[in-house]
Design a protein around this ligand. Structure first.
Ligand SMILES: Nc1ncnc2c1ncn2[C@@H]1O[C@H](COP(=O)(O)OP(=O)(O)OP(=O)(O)O)[C@@H](O)[C@H]1O
Length: 232
């Protein structure tokens, strides 16, 4: 469903991503992990259409730059980018409208409740804490019922209740047969979530396996073994 083929990205002097290939199927939670500077964010930004790159990314049968692909995809960036003069609720409503969907007040209410935003719903984008912005960003990505959802460090800056909630949400997305791709450094928080791990280092994918293929190994231990980064 999400297919990344021969993806490379060179910034002025740096090859950030070098011939990256992977697929994520419907109903699969894929985690993109790797040390700082491995190329995770560059890969994600290429997939969601924020960067020019060499290679091909397809969503379903559509090139990621097409409108058809964009309709199927939503994205939670590493750093939330909100409109300073829209309220919390308006952000979520706006996203529904931008994707050509009607505003489902009941669904919005439920989402805002899950992320403790009901009493903040009339606050403006620039009146929110970083964690609250992150929660609005998550609600805005989920409200459009995307087939493919990409999260870049979704747990960063969230309080424990919101972390629990986003983990539940990710499992619900999987159960609804969606494609989930998420990058994170918080490996211990995704131990019970992942179906596929894609490990990047120095711009390359150095391993890409399913949980089954690792014999249900602990991800943290597997990660250190593959990357060779140990604290011993
Ligand atoms: N806008 C940019 N201009 C030049 N080089 C960049 C730019 N963005 C990223 N890079 C470089 O590309 C490489 C990959 O960076 P990227 O942000 O994709 O890594 P990452 O795996 O997401 O890292 P982190 O875990 O630290 O967020 C790094 O060497 C980085 O310095």
């Amino acid at each position: 469903m999400l297919k990344v083929s021969s993806l490379s990205k060179v910034y002025k002097r740096t090859t950030a991503v070098d011939d990256v290939n992977f697929d994520v199927s419907k109903g699969e939670i894929a985690v993109l992990v790797g040390p700082n500077g491995a190329g995770k964010s560059t890969t994600i930004k290429s997939i969601v259409g924020l960067l020019r790159f060499n290679g091909e990314v397809t969503i379903g049968s559509y090139d990621n730059k097409s409108i058809e692909a964009k309709k199927l995809l939503s994205y939670v960036p590493e750093i939330p980018a909100l409109f300073p003069l829209l309220t919390v609720r308006e952000h979520v409503e706006y996203m529904s409208l931008a994707y050509g969907k009607s505003v489902n007040k009941e669904k919005i209410e439920t989402l805002l409740k899950r992320f403790d935003l009901v009493d903040k719903q009339d606050k403006l984008g620039d009146e929110l804490s970083k964690g609250m912005m992150q929660k609005v960003s998550i609600c805005s990505a989920v409200i459009v019922n995307p087939e493919v959802i990409v999260f870049d460090e979704p747990m960063m800056g969230l309080d424990p209740k919101a972390i629990k909630e986003i983990k539940k949400l990710i499992i619900e997305l999987k159960e609804a047969n969606k494609v989930v791709l998420l990058s994170t450094h918080m490996i211990e928080m995704i131990e019970d979530l992942w179906d596929r791990v894609i490990i990047m280092k120095e711009g390359k994918v150095i391993d890409n396996v399913t949980r089954l293929e690792t014999n249900h190994r602990a991800l943290e231990e597997f990660f250190f073994e593959i990357t060779g980064d140990t604290d011993e």
